[in-house]
Design a protein around this ligand. Structure first.
Ligand SMILES: *Cc1c(COP(=O)(O)O)cnc(C)c1O
Length: 210
């Protein structure tokens, strides 16, 4: 089980403190905030961190993300993946990506529809500067753990199906699901990476309008 510490809204000091305690992987939703934090930690001399972009990604932000982050978990269309691959600097390792799946199917939610995940995975796997690592999902909060677990089990089944159809590549090893409030059912259903914010850093306070 890998733990992604979601540091959005918390300052670089909080990241430095978690890093000193041994945490190495951090998740950010907002590109500008993430870039500022990445730079601050680098300036503070903290090395060896892996930064994951887990928020919705717009076309005009792909270059900055390709240059500064190690992972993007929120890829849900080919155009964004293509730009990330084109814009990944040659001196860096390929960018790790997960496909975000819209498992609830709500039309307003981000993520590729489950029935389109395999076609997108095949296309993304062919991009030279990306390394396809798996799937990510953010199901709606469930009324109880059993319901949550059933939804997570659908993501796990899709993960297994896509992985098999791709020929079981060793790189395709990441099923990112589970947050502070639902990490137990997510782990029970086969999550390999939980993304935990408030249970590590405390309650988030958003700026008015933010
Ligand atoms: C904020 C966020 C998290 C962490 O949420 P918590 O409930 O604070 O653990 C995880 N994943 C994504 C995509 C998020 O936006």
């Amino acid at each position: 089980m890998r733990l992604l510490a979601v540091s959005k809204t918390f300052g670089p000091e909080a990241v430095a403190e978690a890093a000193a305690a041994g945490q190495t992987a951090f998740g950010e939703n907002y590109v500008q905030e993430g870039l500022a934090k990445i730079a601050a930690l680098r300036e503070a001399g903290v090395t060896g961190l892996a930064w994951h972009c887990i928020g919705p990604l717009q076309r005009n932000k792909t270059r900055a993300v390709a240059e500064a982050f190690d992972w993007v978990q929120s890829v849900d269309r080919l155009q964004i993946a293509q730009r990330l691959s084109d814009q990944r600097p040659a001196h860096l390792a390929p960018l790790n990506v997960c496909l975000q799946v819209n498992i609830d199917g709500a039309p307003t939610k981000a993520g590729v529809p489950p029935e389109e995940a395999l076609a997108l995975a095949r296309a993304v796997a062919a991009l030279p500067r990306l390394r396809l690592r798996g799937l990510m999902a953010i199901p709606d909060p469930a009324p109880d753990p059993d319901t949550a677990r059933a939804v997570f089990a659908r993501v796990a089944a899709l993960f297994a199906e896509v992985r098999a159809a791709l020929g079981n590549p060793v790189d395709f090893d990441t099923l990112s699901m589970g947050m502070s409030d639902d990490l137990e059912p997510a782990i029970a259903a086969g999550s390999t990476m939980v993304r935990v914010g408030s249970a590590i850093f405390g309650r988030r306070v958003y700026a008015p309008g933010g």
